[in-house]
Ligand binder design. Sequence first.
Ligand code: AR6
Length: 197
Amino acid sequence: MPATLAEIPTLFHKFRVAKRVLDRVSIWDGDITNLTVDAIVNAANSRLAGGGGVDGAIHRAAGRNELQAECRKYNGCAVGDAVITSGCNVNHIKKIIHTVGPQVYGSVTDEKRENLIACYRTSLDIAIENGMKSVAFCCISTGVYGYPNDDAAKTVTKFLTEFLENDDQIERIVLVTFLQVDNELYNEYFAKYAATK
Ligand code: AR6
């Protein structure tokens, strides 16, 4: 059975501050295709051709042929941009948002960091345009694309907390951590945020 949002505590239950922001964020260990949420965000490639990692898991769950047929309607996707498809065979979600993260070789430049932020911003903008209230993100770019986990968790935490301070549309963001290191890093950076409140 896919996990439901009611089963996943928000960070407000852990930190007890900044309710407006932290009561709309959860960190969850698991497979992003196994979560009941309005939209899941895929870490795609610019051809939207399917691939390994989370992209492979999503295409498998959605049905390769069905999802690839929908993806083909777009003429690819630029780094930092995002497109939306149906959930195909994943019946417990409404939409899949496909974003393309930056590829990092060596250290992170400001441009790559801005690209990563753009992935999250664009995905949330598209989610809101499509009436999505809950959105699950994998840790975009931190696998095959080589973006360092620590910098990603820090950057994403800063962006999302600022985003949620200003947004009234999104009810829940789930940060899906497939690796223990990402769970620990998000907890560390959200704890730092909570400590400022
Ligand atoms: N659910 C949630 N997270 C997952 C899952 C899953 N089922 N499987 C892996 N992860 P990656 P990228 C995590 O490599 O770095 C593809 O081939 C994984 O542990 O999937 O953006 C595309 O087609 C890591 O934390 O994405 C592109 O060519 C995170 O998802 C390229 O990889 C992202 O790792 C994109 O690379």
